[in-house]
Design a binder for this molecule. Structure first.
Ligand code: FAD
Length: 379
């Protein structure tokens, strides 16, 4: 029972993806439902094994809500934990790795504008990565700009920890928004101009093969030198992907080499409630780790900012600017991920707040960059 805080009896965790967790009774934590779930004691997880029969032996029939909280999944530390640096570009566009789709699930509700999918990919442990890195995907077909050549690589932030959603180090998950094209004059969708790779990924089926490159990226790696550090994570839409990985590492997995005791603060901007991504997972952390996790949402089409306009993520930043600036002064890391368009509004807000505080934003920003507290990945 090494990792359970205050637990008296055997604890269990579901061996399922968070998406299926969301669809199961874990929603809201008040109506836990265990029927049809595959529960195994977390201390006994051998995730390398596919022996479903042996997992059934551990089915737990009794579990209170209090016991459910704070239980973490014990992961068998991968060699990756001891590496000096992250794996980089193990597979290149000329020699990509052929991986297999495990599952594709729609993440958003019916009232969300557009579609975002959670895609689990089996890489067999051959394309390891660290949280915050990206994979490249080469969609099938020919590059229209270079006849005879494959499509260019598209990058996607990895939305799982290095252990993957099945905790065995053999999968990676992506959070992909389907790029669709609307004719500006007619307002109608023009499928001939839809995004190639995002549609390929969202339309793929379990068992389909996909070509991977990478992993790549160092900017969004989670600094783990201080397990008690503060991490302020700002996302719009699919920009939440790397943070899902961080938060699972902090709060869902019992990683012997990283016992998080700091503060993780997530600001997520989306259109409306139905567009929220991984909301149940994050709400669960709020319940289980109220001292270590904060979660603020900006729903542009549902909420109003203090001037009566749409609520964007920068409005939430402004609301908490005093705390944010103090945390930055004390060494907090701040991350930005999502569409490029998010940055100008955020930068303007931060600059305005700095001026109000009698600080020089440009100087502050250059200090934050110098001290490696400032992490930006926008696309
Ligand atoms: P493309 O085929 O490349 O088309 C791009 C856009 O052009 C689309 O909106 C398409 O509708 C439009 N278009 C196509 N043809 C025309 C035309 N004739 N006229 C006008 N417009 C046209 N995306 C995510 O969803 N999730 C992530 O986690 C994520 N992480 C990323 C991380 C990094 C570091 C980077 C750089 C990007 C990331 N992206 C992510 C974006 C992703 O790489 C792709 O750019 C995105 O999915 C669109 O690719 P696509 O092949 O679907 O669209």
């Amino acid at each position: 029972m090494a990792h359970a805080v205050g637990a008296q009896v055997s604890l269990s965790v579901p061996v399922r993806t968070d998406v299926s967790l969301r669809k199961s009774g874990l929603k809201g934590r008040n109506n836990l439902s265990f029927h049809n779930n595959l529960w195994v004691p977390f201390t006994s997880l051998d995730l390398g094994s596919n022996n479903v029969q042996s997992k059934h032996q551990f089915k737990v029939v009794c579990m209170s809500i209090q016991q459910a909280s704070r239980s973490k999944v014990a992961v068998k530390p991968l060699e990756l934990e001891n590496a000096q640096g992250p794996p980089l570009n193990l597979y290149k566009p000329k020699e990509p790795y052929t991986a297999t789709i495990v599952s594709v699930e729609r993440l958003v509700g019916p009232k969300a504008p557009g579609e975002t999918c959670h895609i689990v990919i089996d890489h067999g442990g051959n394309v390891p990565y660290w949280e915050g890195q990206s994979y490249g995907i080469i969609p099938p077909g020919e590059n229209p700009k270079k006849p005879g050549s494959p499509h260019n690589v598209r990058l996607y932030s990895i939305a799982s920890t290095r252990y993957g959603d099945s905790f065995d180090g053999k999968t990676a998950s992506l959070c992909v928004r389907r790029a669709v094209y609307y004719d500006p004059e007619t307002g109608k969708e023009d499928p001939s101009k839809n995004g190639v790779c995002s549609n390929f990924l969202c339309d793929s089926k379990p068992g389909d093969k996909i070509r991977l490159t990478g992993p790549s990226g160092k900017v969004m790696l989670l600094p783990e030198d201080d397990p008690n550090a503060t991490h302020i994570m700002i996302a719009t839409g699919t920009g939440v992907a790397p943070y899902r990985g961080y938060l699972r590492r902090m709060f869902m997995e019992a990683v012997p080499t990283y016992k998080f005791g700091g503060l993780a603060w997530l600001f997520l901007g989306v259109a409306n409630t139905d567009s929220l991504l991984y909301d149940d997972e994050f709400t669960g952390y709020l319940h289980d780790y109220p001292d270590n996790f904060r979660y603020d949402k900006a729903l542009s089409r549902e909420q109003k900012n203090k001037s009566g306009g749409k609520m964007y993520v920068q409005d939430k930043i402004e609301e908490y600017s005093d705390e944010i600036f103090k945390l930055l002064d004390r060494g907090a890391h701040i991350y930005f991920c999502g569409l490029k368009g998010m940055m100008p509004g955020i930068q303007d807000t931060l600059k305005r707040v700095a001026v109000q505080r009698g600080e020089n934003w440009d100087e502050k920003l250059s200090q934050l960059r110098k001290k490696k507290q400032w992490h930006v990945e926008v696309y």
